[in-house]
Design a protein around this ligand. Structure first.
Ligand SMILES: Cc1cc2nc3c(=O)[nH]c(=O)nc-3n(C[C@H](O)[C@H](O)[C@H](O)COP(=O)(O)OP(=O)(O)OC[C@H]3O[C@@H](n4cnc5c(N)ncnc54)[C@H](O)[C@@H]3O)c2cc1C
Length: 334
């Protein structure tokens, strides 16, 4: 394991100042960061960690205020999954939180850490930095583009990388038009999740946070009357497994038909993928098997299955699963 120092920040100002130093990263639950450090997979690993759990006032809370559900960045996924208001009114968020990993990891993992986790591609994560992938090294290669890519993007590369977004929470935040509040600014979720260019020092991130910028709060607008949301996730295992395809859906229904639809895919591209065709297909329709199937079909258009060396590593299965996940998530909002 890489050696590192660890300091307990007592205020957000102290955490911000400490995190601004080169080679420093904040640590929340540590469920992603310690795995990354332990495997020594990256030469860019931080050597100083700043503990956010000791910050006062605590950034672990859930409250409704000013037309938003406000969730502190240090709130655990277990707390979100069990919160009665979140379950009733922001259902997709509670379902996404419950779908992450295992009870132990949800008890430890936070929402802030979830949306700042590192990519999960096996070449990025390989022990001892054995693969110089371009998310770690600007002179590197995307090995997955022509290698083992079973779990990867079906909508092509993003800045040269075909790793799929690993976060269960990210597509929900985009679908629900959330704000992500940091020590620097308030981001719209749709602008927050990006794959930085390889020339950018942030190339390892799944978001656009600047060095030293800390997420403090997530704000989700209270859905309009007649709205329901749902999150569906598909992975090989039922537990302790990252999403391979997911769909977050928010619909608003008035007079029996959909007046607004937000449909966002996770784990099929480097960032949350807004399924605009599926949204268009659903608006004006009643929610039923026919309209949900049409939305699923529209969501799966424009896919690009990756090359399959030896014919064994195809990720083409994801295309059919997109259709089914969207169909199920739409029907769950009826
Ligand atoms: C076996 C296993 C299975 C998993 N399964 C899933 C899964 O199914 N779905 C899923 O989405 N994730 C999964 N994860 C990833 C991870 O556990 C979760 O995403 C968790 O929510 C991360 O939160 P954390 O608080 O532990 O983050 P940490 O590990 O503490 O931090 C993760 C990253 O975010 C940064 N960070 C943390 N908090 C902040 C903040 N407030 N502001 C800015 N940067 C911050 C850290 O510097 C670090 O780079 C899994 C992990 C493991 C080990």
């Amino acid at each position: 394991m890489n050696l590192f120092t660890h300091v307990n920040a007592t205020t957000i100002a102290e955490a911000t100042a400490a995190t601004a130093k080169a080679g420093t990263a904040p640590i929340a639950g540590g469920s992603d960061l310690l795995t990354y450090l332990r495997t020594m997979c990256s030469p860019n690993a931080p050597t100083n960690l700043v503990n956010l759990k000791t910050v006062v006032p605590s950034m672990a809370y859930i409250k409704e205020e000013g037309g938003f559900l406000k969730v502190g960045a240090l709130t655990t996924l277990t707390a979100i999954a069990n919160d009665s208001t979140t379950l009733a009114k922001y259902t997709a968020l509670a379902q996404a939180a419950l779908s992450v990993a295992s009870p132990e990891l949800r008890n430890q993992g936070t929402i802030g850490g979830n949306i700042c986790q590192k990519p999960r591609c096996q070449y990025f994560r390989f022990d001892n930095d054995d693969f110089k992938c371009l998310r770690k090294d600007p002179a590197g290669t995307c090995f997955a583009l022509t290698g083992v890519n079973t779990y990867h993007s079906v909508f092509g590369p993003l800045n040269g990388c075909v790793a799929a977004l690993p976060s269960d929470i990210a597509p929900v935040l985009v679908a629900m038009n959330a704000n992500i509040v940091t020590t620097v600014k308030t981001w719209k979720a749709a602008d927050f999740f990006v794959v930085p260019n390889v020339a950018d020092a942030r190339r390892e991130q799944i978001n656009a946070l600047a060095a030293g910028e800390i997420v403090t709060e997530i704000q989700i607008p209270t859905p309009a009357t007649g709205s329901k949301s749902a999150y569906m996730k598909w992975s090989f295992r039922k537990s302790i497994d990252f999403p391979l395809v997911s769909a977050a859906v928010l619909t608003t229904v008035a007079g029996g038909s959909v007046t607004a639809a937000s449909i966002v895919l996770g784990a099929v591209y480097g960032q949350p993928r807004v399924a605009t065709g599926a949204q268009t297909a659903l608006v004006g329709q009643a929610i039923n098997a026919t309209s949900a199937t049409a939305a699923g079909t529209a969501a799966a258009t424009g896919t690009t299955v990756l090359p399959t060396p030896g014919g064994t590593n195809s990720n083409s299965y994801k295309v059919q699963i997109i259709k089914v996940m969207v169909q199920k998530a739409v029907l769950a909002t009826a």
